[in-house]
Ligand binder design. Structure first.
Ligand code: NAD
Length: 343
């Protein structure tokens, strides 16, 4: 172990969460990063054990450590408790969701992909202002939802995206919107980006913009024209899964939720109930989430060692889990990455 202990919250999560978390810890142990984990439950496990999908103990832990590594948390669709992920973002004002998509295995349908989607994480259509209006005997005759974007919220995430892009040597930021139809809701996002660019970033980086539907098409036909994409909450949610598809699926797609006072790093995928408990899940996305956490903790050398070991395991050793066409188990893959780290 090197350096002073680093307190951090660990939420293994639901479904395959505990399996991929154990695998990620094997790799972090091999790196020798002196994490002092505070294990907490949330999601379905939180409901079962604490009768709360985001128990106060988990919140108190993150308030203290200010950084968390989180496995997938289950949310029932169309009913039941509110998403613990959305509550976490709101509680800690995790305003930016950073989702890099990079080719880890060359030779696929799309090669040399290196994109980052920065998604506004707190506003838009995910604010949860929803209700039904009963009509006749149908309690769900009409469904209504209100999206809320603010200039301050847009400015905060766009400014973060510009700073990220400039400090990481990126060449271009593309603002993704639907300002032709949702003129107020997403027009405000575009207007704020243009103002901010003129005030602070013109000359440092290129900025352009694109309507979300055209962006989806362009991402499929020529993804290499993009570099950093910045967009509102729902478009970001959808496009970040699209870019994960470009690099071969969710198994190698990490995400970081960044706020002024805390960061929560994770895999983009969900709890994968269909394969939970079978020891075959790909832990790569959570390992890459851990690498983002190391970046956030300003340990770029450890993050680079982790990413390089993962890449060598996949491409030099040819060790892959089933979703990537291999036969490795979750734990044998982790052992292989750890072996690469130890050299
Ligand atoms: N960040 C999060 O906590 C998060 C994100 C997405 C979904 N969810 C939740 O997860 C639950 C299930 O969601 P879903 O079924 O839509 O998506 P999912 O990502 O769990 O599964 C989609 C498909 O991908 C496969 N898959 C996902 N991760 C994999 C991995 N690491 N290795 C191999 N295969 C993998 C699954 O087996 C499944 O076939 C829902 O309750 C949802 O709300 C949580």
């Amino acid at each position: 172990m090197t350096g002073a202990a680093i307190p951090a919250t660990l939420i293994p999560g639901d479904g395959i969460g505990p399996e991929i978390t154990d695998a990620t810890l094997v790799v972090l142990d091999a790196l020798g990063v002196p994490f002092e984990w505070d294990r907490q439950v949330a999601g379905l496990k939180g409901m079962v054990e604490e009768n709360d999908a985001l128990p106060e103990k988990a919140l108190a832990s993150i308030r203290k450590t200010r950084v968390a590594l989180k496995g997938p948390l289950e949310t029932p669709s169309g009913r039941g408790y509110r998403s613990s992920n959305v509550r976490l973002r709101e509680e800690f004002k995790l305003f930016a969701n950073l989702r890099p998509a990079r080719t880890w295995i060359p030779g696929g349908r799309y090669d040399n992909i290196d994109l980052v989607v920065v998604r506004e994480n707190l506003e838009g259509l995910y604010t949860g202002y929803e209700h039904y209006i009963p009509i006749g005997g149908d309690p769900h005759g009409v469904a209504m939802s209100t999206g809320v974007n603010t200039r301050q919220g847009a400015r905060r995430v766009i400014d973060y995206a510009f700073q990220f892009a400039v400090s990481h040597g990126r060449k271009k930021i593309t603002i993704v919107h639907k300002a032709n139809i949702l003129k107020a809701l997403t027009g405000l996002f575009l207007e704020t980006a243009r103002d901010l660019y003129a005030q602070k970033y013109a000359g440092q980086i290129v900025m352009d913009d694109v309507i979300v539907d055209a962006c989806a098409m362009k991402l499929v036909t020529n993804p290499w024209q993009f570099d950093v994409l910045v967009t509102t909450n729902m478009f970001g949610d959808i496009l970040s899964d699209l870019v994960a598809g470009l690099i071969g699926g969710l198994g190698l797609a990490p995400g970081a939720n960044i706020g002024a006072d805390a960061a929560v790093c994770e895999a983009v995928h969900g709890s994968a109930r269909d394969i939970a408990g079978r020891g075959i899940a790909n832990p790569g996305a959570l390992m890459l989430g851990a690498a983002m956490m190391l970046d956030h903790l300003e340990r770029p050398d450890d993050a680079t060692r982790l990413r390089r070991a993962l890449s060598d395991t996949l491409n030099v050793d040819g060790i892959r889990t089933g979703d990537l066409g291999g036969t490795a188990t979750t734990s044998s893959f982790a052992q292989a990455v750890a072996k690469r780290i130890r050299g």
